[in-house]
Design a protein around this ligand. Structure first.
Ligand code: HXC
Length: 270
């Protein structure tokens, strides 16, 4: 990304930006010259992420906060504007997931994922809005194929991410007149992420997932970062309210099938 885009002088805030896809997104914007703030729950991960951003040579801030805690989120975004200026690029990527059948997970398990993914995204966008550059800011929500495809063992994630997609579209509608574009990127199976480690934890399941992707492989976090860079760049200046799959074609059919296979495997083992 750094050789294609120049984000120097820009401020980027990445919720969930201390591990997995979101950390690579944060580091990519830093390599392209942006100042970057990251937020996540675990203080050690926040410190490590800020150190890695500092090593790239940009100004970096970190906040240890849970996206479910609106006051903490609000403090983080207020501090970011005070220290780094108005926010040009906001990425909302904090998420939680695990495979579990609708009839057997606890109500609290369902609520935890909805609270993190959907209400957490709302908290980030709501708290960020006063601090976004107007006109000019870009918001990117990290969604999932679950948002539009019903999948076995994913009632919680499907419900939450469907809400994220609709929130994306409503905010695009409401904030477009202020010059803020709001879009979502939809990663497919991405290598070396906690999400895929939880959803496909064995070599057997990894192979099932790989074969279900038309391009025949997992994606990389850098491929998601590259889409975020394009969305945040002037090349996407008329893109607003879009939900963009970056999944090797997984959502064309393989995504639903793989969770059906997973359910069958889990039932065999039970
Ligand atoms: C059934 C489970 C469970 C599991 C947790 N729970 N794991 N139920 N199967 N495997 C239940 C708990 O028993 C509890 O219910 C409730 O969920 C809340 O769990 P806690 O651990 O108390 O809560 P919390 O610490 O807030 O954890 C949130 C979490 C957890 C979502 C449950 O997994 C988490 O923190 N995940 C963050 C990291 C993560 O998941 N990353 C992957 C994201 S990838 P009870 O009733 O016992 O109190 C992603 C992309 C998806 O989301 C798309 C991929 C293609």
């Amino acid at each position: 990304m750094s050789d294609l885009y120049d984000f120097s002088g820009r401020t980027v805030f990445v919720a969930g930006g201390t591990s997995g896809i979101n950390l690579v997104v944060a580091q990519s914007f830093a390599r392209a010259g942006a100042s970057v703030a990251v937020l996540s729950r675990t203080p050690d991960k926040v410190r490590a992420a800020v150190d890695s951003l500092g090593e790239i040579g940009v100004t970096a801030l970190g906040f240890a906060a849970d996206v479910r805690d609106y006051e903490a989120v609000n403090d983080a975004l207020t501090t970011t504007q005070a220290e780094l200026g108005e926010i040009d690029i906001l990425i909302s990527g904090a998420a939680g997931n695990f495979p579990a059948a609708a009839e057997s997970m606890s109500p609290n398990a369902f609520a935890a994922v909805v609270d993190i993914d959907l209400k957490g995204t709302y908290n980030i966008l709501r708290a960020a809005h006063p601090h976004l550059r107007k006109p000019g800011a870009t918001v990117i929500n990290v969604s999932a194929p679950q948002a539009s495809i019903p999948m076995n063992l994913q009632a919680h994630a499907c419900s939450a991410k469907a809400g994220v997609d609709m929130l994306t579209k409503v905010c695009a509608l409401e904030w477009g007149p202020e010059g803020i574009r709001v879009n979502a990127v939809v990663p497919g199976p991405i290598a070396d992420t906690e999400g895929m480690a939880r959803l496909a934890p064995t070599p057997e399941l990894t192979e099932v997932v790989t074969e279900s992707v038309p391009l025949g492989r997992y994606g990389t976090a850098q491929e998601i970062a590259d889409c975020c860079a394009w969305l945040a760049s002037p090349h996407a200046s008329f893109v607003n309210g879009a939900i963009i799959p970056v999944d090797g074609g997984w959502s064309l059919g393989g995504a639903a099938q793989v969770f059906t296979s997973m359910r069958a495997l889990m039932s065999e083992r039970a």
